[in-house]
Design a protein around this ligand. Structure first.
Ligand code: C2O
Ligand code: CU
Ligand code: CU
Length: 560
């Protein structure tokens, strides 16, 4: 291009200045609107602030994080929304951690004693006399001692705190913290309690990946607001009929797309490479995301190729080119997108996953579908001599299925009453409080198979470990119903290209078996595994597992 860099800079600078002037005038004149009539792409994408440690002494970073009720704007045309958040922010501030440098967090519950949302006291773990407001933060994806893991039963009430230690011995990854209190996780997270915990390491640093302003964390969540702009949590039955307020339901799909706490935001980017750290933190919704260059929503989509460089547990062995990325609740993706050739262009972040996922057969059932989430505008000037690269030569150990000492099978099911109303979901017909059935030995490898007999997909998550997806396989449901046998049907599917590394959450479609392999390492103690669709996790699709120390040597049998 023949333009001098200097002029280019001035010209674009002037445009940027006048645009922001217009925006502030517009904001002042903005009249409040009802949530279904909001303008799209008038609010800039908020970038969550980095949390500042209260101490960095003796080789560890210490944080103090208060959980608070507060009011914040989700859109400039809405009145402030009352929410719950870590440090009074939604989403919570980013904790940045470094491999080998432990983090300690004192989590303080400073919430009111009355819940922000109606609580169903009939479901497991929420019954009287359990206090209505209780919290316990969990660092999702981390290998942490059981006492610091944030087990659902380890909740504490307003006025109390818990101090948790995160050793950060694992590889760099986009972990995230969120509430996990028994029986109300879906409500506490819906009220706003989730944030990123970005773990870094030397390997990642030497890659020269897009960083600073060119690394954007994106937390996607769907929300419904009333006419006053306040949060409405209205789950539905499997027939899409809304349940009476304060009643548990098997699914929730919000009417509005919220990214980093803003509805329909836009972000201005430079014609450079960007790293997007994506997290689907929705209650029930899957998203299948793509960047679309088409001018209008009704035009034929023009998809931009993205490169997935990492999954839940860190970098993939090599970047994978893709046009769409599927993320179920709890899953993350590390993407690199290159806007270099797109100066002046606008891209939409679109979604074509159906809600519920992967589809539903109920006649007349309908839930809000959210095809648009946010906008990227390539209208900032190119920065001074910045160049970034994609990761190369990432060493990812491949777990050997043959090394597994044991294979466990978990049948996922939904319990329905005579009218087809959901009474809850289960793993092997059991709920959370049933006696522990899974005892694994520290240091051993196991294969776990999730057999989905229900009508919708689930995202299965294990605490403590990262695992690898071995594959997926259809099975014959009729045979299973009559004989309880899982007989394979159709072709076995290899893991998706984006599942070539470490995962802690993975989807299993109806009528499919998901097979994973993992090694139980790091700590002994009690942990949990569950579906990460929050409605399911709360009632009652979650089970404990114990990690036991290996028996030292076979003890001589002692007769009695
Ligand atoms: Cu994201 Cu058991 O949690
Ligand atoms: Cu977790
Ligand atoms: Cu589920």
């Amino acid at each position: 291009m023949g333009r001098t860099p200097r002029r280019e800079f001035l010209k674009l600078g002037a445009i940027a200045a006048s645009a922001s002037l217009l925006r502030s005038v517009g904001a002042e004149a903005a009249t409040l609107r009802s949530p279904d009539k909001l303008d799209r792409y008038v609010d800039p994408l908020p970038i969550p602030k980095r949390m500042v440690p209260v101490s960095t002494k003796s080789g560890k970073d210490v944080y103090r994080v208060r959980m608070m009720e507060f009011e914040g704007k989700l859109h400039s045309q809405l009145p402030p929304t009352r929410m719950w958040g870590y440090e009074g922010q939604y989403p919570g501030p980013v904790i940045e951690a470094f491999r080998g440098r432990p983090v300690q967090v004192q989590w303080l519950n400073q919430l009111p004693r009355k819940h922000l949302l109606p609580v169903d006291k009939n479901i497991h773990g929420a019954m009287d006399p359990t206090p209505e407001v209780r919290t316990v933060p969990h660092l999702h994806g981390s290998a942490t001692d059981s006492i610091s893991d944030g087990l659902p039963e380890d909740w504490f009430t307003p006025g109390h705190s818990a101090t948790f230690d995160y050793p950060n011995r694992q590889r760099a990854a986009a972990l995230w913290y969120h509430d996990h209190a028994m029986g109300i996780t879906r409500l506490n997270m819906y009220a706003g309690m989730a944030g990123f915990y970005l773990l870094r390491d030397a390997e990642e640093k030497r890659m020269g990946l897009p960083a600073g302003e060119n690394e954007i964390p994106l937390i996607l969540q769907d929300r419904t607001l009333d006419a006053q702009g306040q949060l409405v949590y209205a789950p539905t039955g499997d027939d899409s009929v809304a349940l009476p307020r304060g009643t548990w339901g098997p699914m929730f799909f919000g009417e509005l797309p919220v990214v980093n706490g803003a509805i329909f935001p836009y972000v201005d980017v430079r014609p450079e490479m960007y790293r997007l750290r994506l997290l689907n933190a929705s209650n029930s919704r899957f998203v299948n995301l793509y960047l679309n260059l088409a001018k209008n929503a009704t035009d034929i989509p023009r998809l931009m190729t993205m490169r997935q460089i990492g999954s839940d547990g860190g970098l993939l062995p090599r970047p994978v080119a893709m046009e769409k990325i599927l993320l179920g609740p709890g899953e993350r993706a590390d993407l690199v997108v290159d806007f270099s050739e797109l100066a002046g262009k606008t891209l939409l972040l679109n979604n074509d996953a159906s809600a519920p996922y992967p589809g539903w057969t109920v006649m007349g059932g309908s839930w809000p579908q959210l095809p648009e989430w946010m906008q990227f505008r390539v209208q900032l000037p190119k920065g001074p001599k910045r160049s970034y690269s994609l990761p190369s030569d990432v060493l990812v150990e491949k777990l050997d299925v043959a090394a597994a000492v044991r294979t466990r099978e978990f049948v996922l099911s939904e319990e329905l009453d005579a009218n087809g109303k959901s009474l809850g979901l289960h793993i092997n017909g059991k709920g959370y409080d049933d006696p522990v059935t899974e005892e694994v030995t520290l240091g051993t490898t196991e294969v776990w198979r999730f057999v989905n007999t229900s009508d919708d997909a689930h995202t299965m998550h294990l605490h403590l470990v990262q695992f690898q997806v071995v594959g997926r396989q259809g099975f014959d449901l009729a045979t299973f119903r009559t004989s309880g046998k899982v007989s394979a049907k159709g072709v076995a599917q290899a893991p998706h290209p984006g599942e070539s590394g470490w995962k802690d959450t993975a989807a299993v479609n109806p009528g499919e078996v998901l097979t994973i392999v993992t090694r139980f390492e790091g700590f002994t103690g009690r942990y949990v595994f569950h579906c990460h669709m929050l409605e399911h996790e709360d009632n009652d699709m979650m089970r404990p597992f114990l990690v036991l120390a290996p028996k030292a040597s076979p003890a001589p049998a002692r007769g009695r």
